[in-house]
Write a protein that binds this ligand. Sequence first.
Ligand code: TMP
Length: 210
Amino acid sequence: MKKGFFISFEGGEGTGKSTQVRLLANKLAERGNLVHVTREPGGTELSEKIRDILKTTSNIDSITEMLLLFAARREHFIKSICPLLEQNYIVLCDRFYDSSLVYQGILKNVPIAEIMQLKEMTLGNFEPDFTIILDIPSSVAKKRIQGRQLYWDDYDMMSENEYNIIRNGFKKIAEIFPFRCKLIDASGNERKVFSKVQKAVEKFMSEAER
Ligand code: TMP
């Protein structure tokens, strides 16, 4: 039986997800919580191997890519996320299945119904308890991405138009799942953004614990 919390962070490249995950993990641990930080694709030995395959292979067919992502996700879910939640951990995950809805579904036109079938097969009715969606304009994202060690060229070299499709895709997710998603303007500095993240998470946790 699940006892902990699963909080996912979503958004396009350069929105600062990893930084905010780290800041939140430190704050929650300081307050005495058991905290585990993870990411997708990745999070277990096999899932990280799948991440490497995705990272180092070009021109993967969209359906093949989606199957690999969900294989990595299933392994991560069963071997790591579920056991940690049972042990009362707060699991902070840098991306989860909302990324598949946006990148594979909205950007690459894989039918959403097929993605949801795979989601059902691999995760059942599991949903994140809370999802922070970080939002910045593409001009700000481009500046932040420049100079970064790049991989997955087709994502990191994406055009402004593609970036906007992704950005609007995540905004749509926030509209579709308002009960679990909080859209946060992440264009300020990391401390400013973190104060919004912290406020949102504290509100979620106080309501969840009631
Ligand atoms: P990262 O930037 O968080 O390390 O993620 C690597 C890339 O993987 C990112 O460009 C988005 C992509 N991705 C998908 O296309 N679908 C997914 O389901 C996930 C989790 C990531």
